[in-house]
Design a protein around this ligand. Structure first.
Ligand code: HEM
Ligand code: NFK
Length: 291
């Protein structure tokens, strides 16, 4: 390697920076760290235990919460765009939904980092977590509710924080991504049962034959209903990725704590296994058997 390409600040590196006329003085200008508020983000890791792996545990969760923040931003905007979908807003909504799937895939891959933590390493820090658990992730619950997995009991962990409760409750009481998608189908002239177009949005969605037939109409003639067909496939992508996330959560948890009860009070693996049965967009899956 020559000194020119070594990147050594005493040799080539210094001249490269000078030749490129890089801005190096930020005493008066907004810097990278200023813009990204890194002082706040990078001083927000406060391990409670002496365990080495607690830093991994904290950063894994904090980065997941950041990705969830973006996911919610996209899901909310997509719901709003689909709810008023005129021709132009639709491509925007599809881009947002594609991004939601990519974020979910990112979170699926992230499990491999956490799974480097072995049972003895986690056991060293677990008592410090007390009764806290992912149950109390208000962003996660808002995502589940926005995607239609409504469950009143899941509001309870947020009752002590009225500001957070309001956010989760808004997602609980509003039409989900699937609800607005069915309304779009109806606006496009496809017959959708009336009780799916206007209903108590706090109730979990129940699959029905009429909605399956509506999606079958779309999927039997994709070119005629191109936008709705694209929408259906975006929903399939999201649910596919979400299922993988749930599965990797389960396998990581089994690997790290076996069949111990969760700090949140559930049976642990037994609870997470039940969550694998959740189906967010049922007719998007059942229609396939009929094609
Ligand atoms: C060693 C790592 C982990 C273990 C042992 C673990 C364990 C568990 C257990 C046992 C539950 C059920 C609630 C309870 O009784 O505690 C749970 C729920 C949950 N965990 Fe984790 N978890 C881990 C990592 C993560 C990570 C990295 C995230 C990402 C944000 C996460 C997010 C959640 C969420 C959102 C729930 C609620 C799930 C639902 O209600 O469907 N967990 N976890
Ligand atoms: N439920 C986990 C604890 C746990 O994973 C956790 C604890 C505090 C903050 C985030 C957590 N992650 C997800 O559940 C356990 O039972 O060990």
């Amino acid at each position: 390697m020559t000194t020119e390409s070594s990147g050594c600040p005493m040799h080539g590196g210094e001249s490269i920076v000078r030749d490129e006329k890089a801005q190096l003085d930020f005493s008066r200008d907004m810097s990278y760290g200023d813009y990204l508020h890194l002082d706040q983000i990078l001083t927000a890791q406060h391990p409670l235990s002496p365990a080495h792996d607690e830093m991994l545990f904290i950063i894994q969760h904090q980065t997941s919460e950041l990705w969830m923040k973006l996911m919610l931003h996209e899901v909310r905007a997509a719901i709003a765009a689909i709810a008023n979908a005129s021709g132009e807003t639709r491509p925007d909504a599809f881009k947002m939904l594609a991004r939601v799937s990519r974020i979910m895939e990112q979170l699926v891959s992230a499990w491999t980092v956490l799974s480097t933590m072995t049972p003895p390493e986690y056991t060293a820090m677990r008592p410090y977590l007390a009764n806290s658990s992912g149950f109390q992730s208000y962003q996660y619950r808002s995502i589940e509710f926005s995607l239609g997995n409504k469950n009143a009991a899941m509001l309870k962990p947020h009752e002590h924080r009225s500001d957070l409760l309001a956010q989760v409750q808004a997602a609980y009481e509003s039409p989900s991504l699937y609800d607005v998608s069915l309304q779009l189908l109806a606006r496009e002239g496809i017959e959708v049962p009336a009780n799916k177009l206007q209903r108590d949005w706090t109730q979990p969605y129940e699959a029905c034959e009429g909605v399956k037939q509506a999606w079958i109409t779309v999927y039997r003639d994709p070119h005629k209903h191109w936008d709705l067909y694209q929408l259906g496939e975006k929903l399939a992508d999201i649910e596919d990725a979400f299922r993988l996330w749930r599965f990797r959560h389960l396998t990581t948890v089994e690997r790290v704590i076996g069949f111990k009860r969760g700090t949140g009070g559930t049976g642990g693996v037994s609870y997470l296994k039940k969550m694998l049965d959740v189906v967010l967009f049922p007719e998007i899956w059942s229609l396939r058997t009929e094609l």
